[in-house]
Design a protein around this ligand. Structure first.
Ligand code: SAM
Length: 277
């Protein structure tokens, strides 16, 4: 018998992958959580029926959401991660030698517990001494901060359930206040192919609030459409000014100094969409 996992992208599109075994299923206080073992992607974390990360291609998303903002800031001493329960972003943040310390605020303790048990490749640095892991609503945490962080990374689920507010203009205003005078933030902002209106709205909001607004892309095969976007808002530093010598010589699998720049080259449809606002 063949077992398949199917994700409903929209009324006209479903994405499926073959499953060896369902390792874990749980209804947490915040969402439905599952961990699957698959022949194509290795272990897969699914929240509310949407693939969050796979062991096979997670490095692309996590290197790009972490090192692009960290290396844009000249001295990222104090970093905040919102969400990121699988631990992949925290792993990249703490191994970047330019980072002093990081706070990670994840709303759902059960996602972290599942990642610790089933996804050791991602969660391996959650006990790093540089990281202060807290379980709380990231929106509330940011609302209570003022001038505290150099870099904020929003590694959230899609804009449903507890993550809805993380995509709002009011939240980006709170992020601005939580950052130091030359701080910057980045958020995962979904697929340019399937969520064009959302990306255009986010870019407009960020450009209204921050001196520098930039969208960049990475290729993440396990996300719908494969092309994934990140939006950065910065009070001062421009990611396009980063010098190759400022990029730490870590062992990367996707990111490097050339990719840092290349990721900001946008296809014409997206460039026009953002320009039109
Ligand atoms: N890489 C993923 C993606 O783009 O699909 C995101 C993965 S990570 C598992 C997302 C995390 O954000 C989840 O663990 C979820 O619990 C957390 N989250 C959602 N809303 C949140 C909030 N308001 N505060 C803190 N964490 C939140």
């Amino acid at each position: 018998m063949e077992l398949w996992y199917t994700e409903n992208q929209n009324d006209h599109l479903r994405l499926s992958c073959r499953v060896n075994e369902t390792l874990h299923v749980e209804k947490t206080p915040f969402q439905h959580l599952a961990v699957l073992d698959t022949p194509g992607f290795g272990r897969v974390l699914v929240l509310d029926g949407i693939v969050q990360t796979t062991v096979w291609d997670e490095y692309i998303y996590h290197e790009m959401i972490a090192h692009v903002p960290l290396n844009t800031h000249p001295d990222p001493q104090r970093v905040l991660i919102i969400g990121g329960g699988d631990g992949g972003t925290a792993r990249e943040v703490v191994r970047n030698p330019r980072v002093g310390s990081a706070v990670m605020v994840e709303i759902d303790e059960r996602v972290v517990a599942a990642a610790r048990k089933y996804l050791p490749e991602l969660s391996s640095r959650l006990d790093d001494p540089k990281l202060d892991l807290r379980f709380a609503d990231g929106i509330k945490h940011v609302a209570e901060c003022s001038g505290e962080y150099d870099v904020i990374i929003i590694d959230s689920t899609d804009p449903v359930g507890p993550a809805v507010g993380l995509f709002s203009r009011e939240f980006y205003e709170m992020v601005f206040k939580a950052l130091k005078a030359d701080g910057l933030f980045v958020a995962q902002t979904e697929s340019p192919l399937f969520n064009a209106d959302l990306i255009a709205r986010i870019y407009r909001d960020v450009a209204d609030i921050f001196a520098v607004a930039r969208t960049y892309l990475a290729c993440v095969p396990s996300y719908p459409g494969g092309m994934w976007s990140f939006t950065m808002g910065s009070k001062k530093h421009d990611p396009l000014d980063v010098k190759p010598e400022n990029v730490p010589a870590l062992k990367y699998r996707y990111y490097n100094a050339e990719m840092h720049r290349a990721a900001f080259v946008l296809p014409e449809f997206l460039r026009e969409l953002l320009e039109r606002g």
